[in-house]
Design a protein around this ligand. Sequence first.
Ligand code: TYC
Length: 101
Amino acid sequence: MSDTTTLPMIKTKPKTERPKLYKVILLNDDFTPRDFVVSVLKGIFRMGEGEALGVMLTAHQKGACVVAVYTKEIAETKARQGTELGQKHGYPLTFTTERES
Ligand code: TYC
């Protein structure tokens, strides 16, 4: 008789969890100057002039524009920094965040 025991093979599939992503959304308003919006997009979201201009114009024309997508903490930090920079200069500039579907 053999002493070996046969065990059922259990395969554990390694789970590679993808981090949840969040959009940063720029909202239009009637008061923040266009060039100020562009400078905030360049400073906080590391955009070049052309891209920043395009995002600002889309928000201006459509009411809102997705600026970028990040993990939760980075999205919330950048949205807060952008909104606070507007407040510091007396503007109602607002960035929000939204979970990506
Ligand atoms: N609508 C503003 C204006 O006419 C400019 C603006 C654009 C403000 C985009 C906010 O997210 C914004 N001065």
